[in-house]
Design a protein around this ligand. Structure first.
Ligand SMILES: Cc1cc2nc3c(=O)[nH]c(=O)nc-3n(C[C@H](O)[C@H](O)[C@H](O)COP(=O)(O)OP(=O)(O)OC[C@H]3O[C@@H](n4cnc5c(N)ncnc54)[C@H](O)[C@@H]3O)c2cc1C
Length: 398
């Protein structure tokens, strides 16, 4: 290990904590600065893709997520009239040790990773410590941290900006976040109603195409999460009201009596990427580097893949096993995937679910029905949507 190598990380979300664990396991001293006083427990991602589980198993995290969550072995595309195209992740058995998705809230992963970090002497998390500025020198990088005892400067060898979509690190580095925000937002409502009683054979991950209002049903432990698009002209208060959510849920499955609504969230849908993932000794990863629709369950997973890729390179350079030029590879590996691959898949998903063109709907349904019934086509499709193909592509980059 080179003397005095120390990696600074802004943000204790899944991306910052994965990077911290990778680096700490490689013997690299690391400090994570988190703006909040404790790990946030808000409901966000809840899908762990097969290759993400493969990676997280090196921390013993996958087994724990499986214990706390649900294994989803199948996914379906459906419509209200009864059409179903079902894909079984089992066809990925030769490509992953986890041929299924795990449905578990992302804050549970954060808890596991932070707990693990607490047992490593050269790793630390500082809470209530937002990073507010960044300054670069030739061989060191300094950040200003607005901690409980006031502002102070902390110097390290490298900085990872894993401070989420509104990244202060990205802003301080002057890196533009390019792209656009969709005019409509997505509404997520969780309910204890058992949708699998209403739709026989319903899989834990089910997308319903509909030209009037598509929706997505996702099962986590004890709850179903229903996701809906909204119209630009709908106001927050109406969208989030009991009556507004009830109307949408009654369209999913009309039933007597009201739905019990356990959580509700409304959020903007971005399709954005940082103009560059590196500026000198600083790197961006996860939502700080790219934001896209959560429809394919790719935001957190793609960010975790960034973290493993970047931390692996940083660890090799810190240990003197690789030349610092290796660090330029990170952007070549991860940025094209976020831009082309992730955006293309999740945009196609949205368009296919919402299309009002009967010819488009007919072609897409035929394509999905054919792919679902042919093991070779099903495998190709699932390699893409479960992000194994993108990860292989990134690993092949020189
Ligand atoms: C409702 C919803 C559902 C989603 N569903 C899915 C899904 O099913 N699958 C999926 O893959 N993705 C999903 N996503 C996206 C996923 O949640 C994000 O991609 C993921 O959280 C990104 O992780 P991150 O670590 O990059 O950022 P974050 O999780 O946002 O973590 C950033 C951390 O940095 C901290 N921070 C912020 N500013 C600073 C600062 N200046 N200094 C220090 N710390 C700072 C924050 O407090 C936070 O703890 C969803 C998102 C939402 C909103």
């Amino acid at each position: 290990m080179k003397d005095a190598t120390h990696v600074l990380i802004a943000g204790a979300g899944p991306v910052g904590l994965v990077a911290a664990n990778c680096l700490a396991d490689a013997g690299v001293p690391v400090t994570v600065f988190e703006a909040e006083p404790r790990l946030p427990e808000n409901l966000r991602a809840s899908t762990f893709q097969p290759p993400t589980l493969d990676m997280l198993s090196q921390f013993g995290a996958s087994q724990r997520l499986i214990g706390m969550g649900r294994i989803a072995r199948r996914m379906q595309y459906r419509d209200r009239a009864g059409w179903v195209a079902e894909f079984d992740f089992g066809v990925l058995g030769d490509a992953t040790a986890h041929p299924y998705r795990v449905q578990c809230e992302q804050f549970r992963l954060n808890g596991i990773l932070a707990e693990r970090l607490a047992g490593i002497p050269h790793a630390r998390i500082e809470f209530s410590s937002p990073v507010v500025d960044v300054e670069q020198g030739a061989d060191r990088i300094s950040i200003t941290v607005d901690g409980p005892a006031g502002r102070r400067s902390v110097t390290g060898s490298w900085l990872i900006g894993a401070d989420g979509g509104r990244s202060r690190v990205r802003e301080a580095l002057g890196i533009a976040l390019e792209g656009f925000t969709w005019p409509e937002r997505f509404l997520v409502a969780s309910t204890r109603f058992e949708f699998s009683d209403a739709f026989p054979g319903l899989s834990d991950v089910s997308y319903f195409a509909d030209p009037d209002e598509w929706f997505f049903l996702l099962r986590v432990v004890g709850l179903w999460r229903a996701m809906f698009p909204t119209r630009a002209e709908e106001g927050d208060a109406d969208l989030l009201s009991d009556d507004g959510i009830e109307r949408r849920l009654q369209r999913v499955w009309p039933k007597s009596g009201r739905y019990e609504i356990v959580h509700r969230t409304l959020y903007p849908v971005h399709q954005r990427g940082a103009a560059t993932y590196r500026s000198g000794r600083a790197f961006l990863a996860g939502d700080a580097a790219h934001l896209n629709k959560p429809l394919g369950g790719m935001g957190m997973n793609g960010g975790i893949h960034d973290a493993f890729t970047l931390a692996g390179s940083l660890a090799r350079v810190a240990r003197g096993e690789a030349d610092p030029a290796e660090l330029d590879r990170y952007e070549r590996q991860r940025r094209p995937i976020a831009l082309e691959y992730v955006n293309t898949i999740s945009t196609a998903n949205k368009r296919n679910l919402e299309s009002r063109d009967p010819e488009h709907q007919r072609r897409w349904r035929e394509e999905m029905t054919r792919a679902a019934s042919d093991p070779q086509l099903a495998r190709e499709y699932l390699m893409k949507v479960s992000m194994i193909a993108s990860l292989r592509r990134s690993e092949a980059v020189e």
